[in-house]
Design a protein around this ligand. Structure first.
Ligand code: SF4
Ligand code: MG
Length: 340
């Protein structure tokens, strides 16, 4: 199928008073039309920064960026701001964790969504408003005519999130980037929003990049998953494989913190320590200061040499970035049982 997004060796750095922040360090991935890729990691893993770069939303004065981001055939890394604007109107759109910050508090919802359409289409206000009401209807907001005339504070959190999805989809983007779209919502509403994204994807055929720290969300909606740590992908494959037989110790830790995927509840593994400094990334494998499995790798390799992201153990197309010789065996022997 057709590739909508091709990221190659993307590096994003921010000079600061404390030093150079290495936010994204050689990231490569592709996404095909109609597919959902979940990018998973803690804050500071590079998942949001890399996606802002896809949107062309990084501040060019404060950002050093290299590599390639090919969005529907257009190179975004060296694109002019007018090309980026055009891509944001025709091709890619983003929804955020906090709809409150995306909607002006003192303007009615309907006109705000209509503005998104008017910005990129030469139509009358009433046509744009009609389109906005249609979109509110399609994202499952009851009485969309009446709702369109209300202010953001009159919407519940879940309804505001739906309204933001309506705004995100109003220009029929080929790629939708959703940054933690359900994090602020309670579990029931989260599930409804994820179902909605699934339905809309089927209807609109868009590709979705779903940014999340939550592997339970991935299990619901993603075709593929890429786990990021310290600005690099550490594991990447189909959601099915990565969730069932993960190969990277960091993914094991993330899985251990998902109660839903762990029936025993009380026996969770969590990841000790803190995310790495992006100014002074650890040598070798960036995860080594937090990893419980370094002693399984000989020669102090973990702190000396950055593992390549590659297919390991001949199992399918999934790649991982770890020196362990037999991660599958370790997972089966000791991790899987703690997750059951
Ligand atoms: Fe752990 Fe070493 Fe694998 Fe890094 S390379 S995840 S430190 S075992
Ligand atoms: Mg984020």
């Amino acid at each position: 199928s057709e590739t909508i997004l091709k990221v190659e060796d993307l590096c994003v750095q921010f000079p600061t008073a404390d030093g150079l922040v290495n936010a994204v360090n050689g990231l490569s991935y592709t996404l095909d039309q109609g597919k959902t890729l979940a990018i998973v990691g803690e804050s500071g893993s590079g998942k949001s920064v890399s996606s802002m770069a896809v949107m062309g939303l990084h501040d060019p004065k404060r950002t050093r960026i290299s590599g390639s981001i090919e969005l529907d055939g257009t190179e975004m890394v060296r694109a002019s701001s007018s090309v980026m604007r055009r891509m944001r109107s025709s091709t890619v759109s983003m929804i955020f964790q906090d709809p409150q910050s995306s909607f002006h508090p003192f303007k009615k919802i309907g006109p705000q969504i209509a503005e998104g359409y008017l910005a990129h289409h030469k139509v009358s206000k009433s046509v744009a408003m009609k389109r906005a009401v249609e979109m509110l209807d399609r994202v499952g907001i009851p009485n969309p005519d009446r709702r369109a005339k209300q202010y953001p504070h009159e919407f519940s959190g879940g309804m505001r999130q739906r309204a933001m999805i309506a705004l995100g989809l109003i220009n029929d983007p080929r790629l939708l980037i959703a940054d933690e779209p359900t994090t602020a919502l309670d579990v029931t509403v989260q599930a409804q929003i994820l179902d909605l994204l699934n339905d809309l994807q089927r209807e609109f055929g868009s590709a979705i990049v779903l940014i999340t720290h939550d592997l339970a969300v991935v299990a619901e909606v993603a075709d593929d998953v890429m786990v990021m740590y310290g600005g690099r992908a550490v594991e990447h494959g189909t959601a099915k494989e990565v969730l069932a037989t993960p190969r990277h110790p960091y993914t094991w830790g993330l899985l251990g913190s998902v109660p839903k995927l762990s029936a025993k509840g009380g026996n969770l593994r969590t990841i000790r320590g803190l995310p790495p400094s992006l100014i002074n990334l650890p040598t070798g494998c960036s995860f080594h200061p937090r990893c419980d499995f370094m002693d399984r790798v000989g020669g102090g390799l973990c702190s000396k040499e950055l593992p390549a992201l590659e297919v390991r153990g001949g199992d399918s197309t999934r790649t991982s970035r770890c020196h362990l010789a037999d991660p599958g065996g370790i997972f089966d022997a000791e991790i899987a049982s703690t997750l059951e």
